[in-house]
Design a protein around this ligand. Structure first.
Ligand code: PMP
Length: 466
């Protein structure tokens, strides 16, 4: 490095507006120096002080193929030398873009037709909102504009995608959500179910609540429903039994499109290539990002189903061209990177590893945590998992938020060289390691996390004894 650590930290503190950071604590040094990340290999990253950290969250559940894969770096470099950029407006393309799009249409579940590209999950969901409006305008149903998402759903933080996100702290002080977005109950059995309510009964109740909302708003005003096959940022929560079947029956009845937000679940994380396949979803529109390039470069896509696309094409003689697109839509370096990443995903059968090593991971997580007195629930699927910490298991009561139990366990893990993420909505430790993780690495991850939890559990016992 040409600058020393102190210079980089000072320069950063003076000039970077960091996402999801308490600005004053950072500016005054209370939260310490930024971690300067210098390298990564496999499931590990390295910081400027030479510390190695196991990244059990794959960045932000995105580096699915692991860090430091030469063949992806080479594909990016090859494309940069050959043609770093050309746009895809007005029927221009590149070989990599055509190959990627053909591949995505074939890989994706259901009857998909076309792929539109962006740079982030947020902008792809912004595109999905416009596609819902466009489709309904073109087919003569201009009233069908509202989009329903779930409490605890995460869909991004741009204006529409941030509105879809069902977490108030993404809205507060930022004038969101926009009025066209409505929220319905979270598919979270542990916190949402009535005493004794089975998962099937709970799913039926959530579907009924959705139908009530559609009827209240008026079916002629509701265009789409958006959901992650498995809730991610809202707590890494697989859907309760029967959930998607019950929800889809309501959507079909009221002519409401389904947008599957596969930004986290796409390309193998749940143990299938897409979460929609695993849970029997038949989406009309699919959003992908993160795993598409394993975050080696930014790229996202809105995959458009046949039903929506046909209406768009049929209207074209009447209305002219499709007036939506970014300078970087279909960027050749993004496309080349995605092709190289998907070659690895397929060749190494990473969905298969997420299923097989994922089963082991889920079992070990339960073995290590389920009996701890401060653990309310251990949940997950494939290579995404979470441990929910509670003050009282029997009464299901949360810890006082001021105790910051989740954040402390995450920090204690970090001190042991493990990155596991403290998630919002309570005290939740989340895991989403790269999909190349091995059994031995799972043992290390679970072992270090359990040690961290025990350390904080002992501290809490001491604090309450005082
Ligand atoms: N959808 C889901 C399900 C996500 O988890 C995320 C990001 N965590 C997004 C959308 C937004 O993606 P981005 O941060 O790339 O805008």
């Amino acid at each position: 490095m040409s600058l020393d650590i102190r210079d980089i930290a000072d320069m950063d503190r003076r000039s970077v507006l960091h996402p999801f950071t308490q600005l004053k604590d950072f500016a005054t040094g209370k939260t310490g120096d930024p971690t300067i990340v210098t390298g990564g290999k496999g499931i590990r990253i390295q910081d400027a002080k030479g510390n190695q950290l196991i990244d059990a969250f794959a960045g932000l559940y995105c580096v699915n193929i692991g860090y430091g894969r030469d063949e992806v770096a080479e594909a990016i470099s090859r494309q940069a030398y050959q043609l770093a950029y050309y746009h895809s407006y007005a029927a221009h393309t590149t070989e990599e873009l055509a190959r990627l799009s053909d591949r995505l249409v074939r890989m994706a579940p259901g009857k998909m037709s076309k792929v539109f590209y962006g740079m982030s999950g947020s902008d792809a969901n912004e595109t999905q909102a416009k596609l819902v409006w466009y489709y309904n305008n073109l087919r003569g149903k201009p009233g069908k504009k509202k989009i329903i998402s779930r409490e605890r759903g995460y869909h991004g933080c741009s204006v529409m995608s941030g509105s879809m996100t069902g977490m108030s702290f993404y809205h507060d002080h930022m004038d969101l959500p926009m009025g066209l977005i409505k929220h319905t109950g979270a598919p979270h059995h542990y916190w949402g179910a009535e005493p004794g309510e089975t998962e099937l009964q709970f799913s039926a109740r959530r579907a009924q609540e959705l139908e009530d909302l559609i009827l209240r708003e008026g079916p002629d005003t509701v265009g789409a429903f958006i959901g992650e096959p498995v809730l991610g940022t809202g707590g890494i929560t697989p859907p309760p039994e029967g959930y998607w079947a019950a929800i889809q029956a309501v959507l079909r009845k009221h002519d409401v499109l389904l947008i599957a937000d596969e930004v986290v679940t796409g390309f193998g994380r749940t143990g299938a290539m897409f979460g929609s396949i695993q849970y029997g979803m038949e989406p009309d529109l699919i959003t992908v990002a993160k795993g598409l390039t394993s975050a080696y470069v930014p790229l996202s896509a809105a995959i458009v189903g046949e039903k929506v696309y046909q209406v768009m094409e049929e209207a074209a003689d009447r209305i002219g061209s499709f007036s939506h697109g970014y300078t970087y839509s279909g960027h050749p370096i993004g496309a080349a990177c995605a092709n190289a990443v998907l070659d690895i995903v397929e060749r190494e059968d990473l969905p298969g590893n997420a299923r097989i090593t994922g089963e082991y991971f889920q079992a070990e997580l339960r073995k290590a945590f389920a009996q701890m007195p401060i653990v309310g629930e251990v949940r997950g699927v494939g290579l995404m998992g979470a441990v929910e910490f509670v003050a009282d298991r029997e009464k299901k009561t949360r810890f006082d938020a001021g105790l910051k139990v989740g954040a402390r366990i995450s920090a204690a893990a970090r001190a042991r060289g493990l990155i596991a993420r403290a998630m919002p909505h309570g005290d939740i430790l989340g895991f989403a390691p790269p999909l190349v993780v091995t059994r031995e690495e799972v043992d290390q991850i679970v072992g270090l996390a359990a040690e961290a939890a025990r350390e904080v559990m002992d501290e809490l016992a001491g604090e309450t004894a005082l």
